[in-house]
Each structure stands twice: as C-alpha cells, then as structure tokens.
Design a protein around this ligand. Structure first.
Ligand SMILES: NC(=O)c1ccc[n+]([C@@H]2O[C@H](COP(=O)([O-])OP(=O)(O)OC[C@H]3O[C@@H](n4cnc5c(N)ncnc54)[C@H](O)[C@@H]3O)[C@@H](O)[C@H]2O)c1
Length: 470
C-alpha cells in the first residue's frame, strides 16, 4: 500500500482504537489529511472488537461505507475515497498496534448506572483497551486519548497501566508518549467538518507529548482558522471536556422550570429566549424541550464528582448542579407524557401515540439514551401503544421496534407527538397530511414546528399542546 507514496514522504501509520461515532469519523478525518501535493499524510488503520458490532463497523469501512447513517456527504465520500486510494482500512486484528506511529484512543467509557447521585463508571473495558495498547505499542509511539474520561485518568490510570506493560517488554516508558485531546464531533450535516473545521484543546503528560500531539493535529485540523488550544496538564484538558458538557447540561436543566412557568401562565418562552439571545453574552441560552439524550450529555456531568472521589480521594466535591442537571434532564420526556396523560383525563391506557422522532438529536440516526426511549418505555408500561416514526432510523434497537420513515395515515392515532426537530418535519404540509381535518391532538414537545405550521394546525381546529408554550 505504501508503494503509492513517495519514499521521502512515507506517511505515518495511525491506528484509531474504537470505530464508534467518534473513532470512525476521526479515522476518516485523519485519512483525509493531505499535504500540499494532495498526497495523504497518514496511513490509517481502524481497530474494533471482534464481536458482531465491531465486525459490522470494520466490514463497512473496508467496503468504503461509513458505518453509521449520516446525511453528511463529505463523510460518505471521504470514507469511499480514502478506502479506494488505500490509506484507510479497518480490522479486528489488534496486532496492527505494533505498526502505529500514532494511536488515537476513541473507545467508550460507560457509566453503568445513572440516577444523578451515584455515578458508577465501569473502567474494566476501558482498561482492557489500554492493556491491549501496552502489549502491542512500539517505542516512539504517540498515544492520544480522545475518550471522555474522569479528570485524572491519563495520569492515574492510563500512564501506569502502559508503563507496567512497557517495563515487562523492556521498553523505556518515557519513549511512549501520552497526550489528551478530546472530541467535539457533532454527528449531523457537518459531521466531518465538526472535526476538521473546529477548535481543539489538547495537552500532554510531558512537553514532548504535547508538542507531538500539536504537530499531529495540525495536519488534520484547519488550524489556520481554528487554532489549537494547549492546556498545561492533562488534568486541565480532561476537565475542560467534562466542564463544557456539564455547562451545557446545566444550562438545559435550568430552562425546564421556566418552561413549566410559561406553559401555566400561557406565553411563548421561545419568543422570550430569542429576544434574550440577541445579547451576545446570552446567545447560547438553551430552551426547554423533550429531553436530553445521546452518549455524552447524559453522563459527562457525573465525571468530575466521580474523579474527586475515586481518583483524587477528596471529600466535599459533590458537584450538586451537575448531578441535578442529569436528574432534571433525564425526567424531561416524562413531562410530555404527564401532559398527555392529563389531557386524556388521567390515563393514556389504550391510546395510540404516533411518536415523530426517536434519535437523540435532529437529523441524526443515533438513538443511544434517546429521550424517546424513556417516553416510550413509560407509555407502554401505562398501556398506551406507540408507533415510532423517524427518517433516520430503520429499526429501534433499544426498544426492538421497527420504525417507519414515511408519514403514516394520521386517522388511527389519538395523539401525534413531535419529539425531535428533524428538518423534514418542518417541511410537513399539514393540510395535505391531515387532509384539512381538524380533530387531531398534536404535541410539539421540542419546538419542532414552525410558526406557520402551528398557525395552520390551529386554523384547522386541531388541539396543539406544547412544551414551553402556553
Ligand atoms: N458521540 C459523540 O458525539 C461524542 C462526541 C464527543 C466525545 N465523545 C466521546 O468519545 C468516546 C467514544 O464515543 P462514541 O460515541 O464513538 O462511542 P461508541 O460506543 O459509538 O464507540 C466506541 C467503540 O469502541 C469500541 N471498543 C471498545 N473497546 C475496544 C477495544 N478494547 N479495542 C478496540 N475497540 C474497542 C467499541 O466496540 C465501539 O465500536 C466516548 O468517550 C464519548 O463520550 C463522543
């Protein structure tokens, strides 16, 4: 494969460990990096576990197909192009780690129980990934940790585990460098762009590691327009990731009580928020909605509390705002359910609900920890029937339900709940779909519908319930 590269510019080999939503995207971003002659800078090998999900992701990449549903054409084309020209492939054979000049760790680190107060991280699979690296990595390799971890993990967990293996193998621990640079990747229309054209924070356990990490990232990221930010320690960059996601989660949770107020009093909170957002200092104010899902905001705010206790053995660092945010955000979908229940006189038993949107965010097919899951599970427990509809999901793995992409006949449903602001929903012609009949109950639970759609629905005589609006 490297025959196609000029011998003076033999590309460095980069192994991306973990081909999930982050690792698969990062592998494409790294493989797409090219020098001024348009020659690829890196030979990229993605690795994943030898299990059905891992093999599916590996096989998909090797066929030139990005392993997740995406609307981002540059990600789709980028995967195809890099595989075709031979500098991107994937495998479950972890011995390729021995070839790596750079390893990017993009494996998951899960919290096994989320109740808002007692975070419990299952470190075992993550540590296994580090053991695999320790056994295979060669002298001179730079390891960059992208996984979101409790602050302190690089120094107190990763470095000692690696060193233990390196010592056994007679390799000078100092010759394998450890850096940390977290992802801000956003699956969606700008998926690849959210890596390449976006600001990045990084740090190294040593200055040498930080320098090498900077040199590596500078080849992948458009650093002219999006300069890198170096932090002095990995504690700081690990904390930066956890703090920025906690900030967002708290900001969302804060808006919930204002949503309830607006609904009771009978005004439009979104109008209020838009007015406040005109102030540059308040431009990122969040809004009430159907719920918070996805793999990150539902867990990251718990990492600081966990780190304080388990890695630094500190008392008195409970991070109550972060814990409270996880709890409030987790209960958001039940607010919509409660309002439906109230509307139906105290019970939804036997009611048929059409649920519009089951992914955790607009225009993506990722259903992990989606608020729709909590809503549906509870609705089913209460005896309702839920029909999921989503243009980005064919089968709902978590609920084991088939999903319709098309708008079904509306007559059969007692309520239609708009849960995810997919762009497709903002283009629905309600006069056409509902055939101008006005006896439907619609629930805009996430500021999904446009003002125009809302007034059409009302003019038709439908009942329109909302989160954040009276
Ligand atoms: N999803 C996002 O949008 C996002 C954004 C920023 C940061 N992050 C963080 O990035 C990390 C990865 O997230 P993700 O969404 O890609 O998770 P994911 O679960 O989709 O992917 C993780 C992958 O790692 C693989 N894996 C686990 N152990 C492995 C091992 N020992 N060797 C090789 N592969 C292994 C898994 O099989 C899986 O395919 C997490 O820490 C997450 O919090 C995610």
């Amino acid at each position: 494969m490297s025959m196609m590269f000029d011998s003076d510019t033999v590309p460095k080999t980069v192994v991306v460990q973990g081909l999930g939503f982050v690792g698969a995207a990062m592998a494409v971003a790294v493989a797409s990096a090219a020098d001024t002659n348009s020659a690829p800078c890196f030979d990229v090998i993605g690795i994943d576990l030898d299990n059905p999900a891992g093999n599916k992701r590996v096989n998909s990449i090797n066929s030139g197909i990005f392993p997740f549903e995406t609307v981002d054409q540059s990600m789709i084309k980028g995967t195809e192009n890099c595989v075709k020209r031979g500098n991107l492939r994937a495998t479950t054979d972890h011995s390729v780690i021995g070839k790596a000049d750079v390893v990017v760790i993009s494996v998951n680190l899960d919290i096994s129980s989320i109740d808002g107060t007692t975070p419990n991280v299952n470190f075992a699979p993550f540590k296994k990934a580090i053991h695999t690296l320790g056994k295979g990595v060669r002298k001179g390799t730079l390891i960059i940790v992208e996984t979101t971890v409790p602050p302190g993990t690089c120094v107190s967990i990763i470095r000692p585990l690696l060193d233990e293996h390196l010592a056994k193998r007679g390799i000078d621990p100092g010759s394998v460098l450890v850096a940390h640079s977290y992802e801000r990747v956003m699956p969606g229309a700008e998926y690849l762009d959210s890596i390449v054209n976006f600001w990045r924070v990084y740090s190294g356990i040593s200055v040498q590691a930080a320098n090498q990490c900077e040199a590596f990232l500078s080849k992948i990221i458009n650093v002219k327009e999006y300069p890198l930010t170096r932090l002095q320690t990995t504690f700081a960059s690990e904390t930066a990731k956890v703090l920025e996601n906690s900030y967002r989660a708290v900001n969302i949770a804060f808006m919930e009580e204002w949503g309830r107020f607006a609904e009771e009093v009978g005004f439009d909170l979104f109008e209020v928020i838009d007015a406040i957002r005109m102030r540059p200092t308040h431009s990122n104010m969040r809004q009430p909605g159907f719920g918070v899902g996805g793999y990150c905001l539902t867990k990251d705010p718990l990492f600081a509390k966990l780190a304080a206790k388990e890695l630094f053995h500190l008392d008195g660092h409970e991070f109550p705002f972060s814990s409270q945010a996880i709890k409030i955000n987790g209960e958001m979908p039940l607010v919509t359910l409660g309002k439906l229940r109230k509307h139906f006189g105290g019970s939804i038993s036997g009611k048929k609900i059409l649920l519009m949107g089951i992914s955790y965010r607009q225009d993506v097919g990722d259903t992990r920890y989606s608020p729709s899951e909590k809503f549906t599970a509870q609705a089913l427990r209460e005896g309702a029937f839920v029909s999921p509809c989503d243009p980005f999901v064919k089968y709902w793995n978590e609920m084991q339900m088939p999903v319709s992409a098309d708008l079904p006949e509306p007559e059969t449903f007692d309520a239609i709940v708009f849960a995810v602001p997919h762009n497709d929903y903002r283009r629905i012609d309600f006069n056409l779909w509902l055939r101008t009949r006005g006896n439907y109950i619609l629930f805009d639970a996430n500021n999904v519908l446009t003002n125009n759609q809302r007034s059409i629905l009302k003019d038709m005589g439908n009942t329109l319930l909302s989160i954040g609006r009276g």
